[in-house]
Design a protein around this ligand. Structure first.
Ligand SMILES: [Fe+2]
Length: 247
């Protein structure tokens, strides 16, 4: 009888668990990091572990799917990376050039030894949606237009008011100059504290440069800062910005 009940429970509950499980989806982002003359990092997150890639096209008048676009995978040391925070580094771009992009992730259901089981694909909207664009840096630029905020301390409404004063037609960069949060607790807190607001205003198409304040060094997630804000592969100290400028 006991075995019969166990089997009955498995038969009834297993399909229910599958039906009730949330669909695989993109949860935050994308946002740009480490934009240079020839490359960029595109960062986004998913609700469960997966591999990720970005399809890239020039920002011209062609349909995004007029032809197959190159896929750039999130990878490290020659391997596709699996996780919930996806960091796609794209190299080989032309300076001072505008590109369109679409983000993708495919769920990894299991990975045991050399056997990988994939699930569904999640992607940013493309049908009747305007894909985000970015422009690589111009080495011949003689001037730069940027905005800088700091000491936001997780107050989304304050950041919204400040960034509401920015002329987004001419502004090229945004600096987060420290203390955007009170302390760094986990991935979800970073997005709810300020990053989701930043993404909704500018960060999917205009690069954000993030300098840590003392509050970004506090909390159990503080050591994960480079995961959320990846640096250019060549330097941990100097960012490139357009023309004869550096940070
Ligand atoms: Fe502060």
């Amino acid at each position: 009888m006991k075995n019969f009940l166990l089997i009955l429970r498995a038969l009834v509950l297993s399909p229910l668990l599958v039906v009730c499980q949330e669909a695989f989806k993109i949860t935050h982002g994308p946002y740009l990091q480490a934009l240079g003359e020839n490359g960029v990092n595109i960062v986004f997150t998913t609700n469960r572990s997966g591999i990720a890639w970005v399809e890239l096209a020039p920002a011209d008048s062609s349909h995004f799917y007029a032809k197959e676009r190159p896929k750039h995978f999130a990878s490290a040391h020659g391997q596709k990376t699996e996780g919930t925070v996806h960091n796609v580094r794209i190299e080989g771009l032309q300076p001072a050039t505008r590109y369109r992009y679409r983000i993708y992730s495919r769920e990894v259901l299991s990975h045991e030894s050399y056997i990988l089981q994939y699930g569904n694909i999640a992607a940013s909207a493309a049908y009747r949606a305007e894909l985000p664009t970015f422009t690589t840096l111009d080495p011949r630029a003689s001037q730069i237009s940027f905005a800088m905020v700091n000491d936001i301390h997780q107050q989304n409404d304050v950041m919204k008011k400040l960034l509401g004063q920015v002329d987004w037609k001419s502004n090229q960069l945004v600096f987060f100059n420290g203390d955007m949060q009170n302390n760094s607790r986990n991935e979800a807190q970073i997005f709810s504290s300020f990053m989701d607001t930043a993404i909704s205003i500018f960060a999917d198409r205009i690069p954000m440069y993030y300098a840590r304040g003392n509050h970004e060094t506090r909390g159990e997630f503080a050591s994960q800062f480079p995961v959320i804000s990846p640096r250019p592969p060549v330097s941990c100290i100097i960012y490139s910005v357009p023309g004869p400028f550096a940070l």
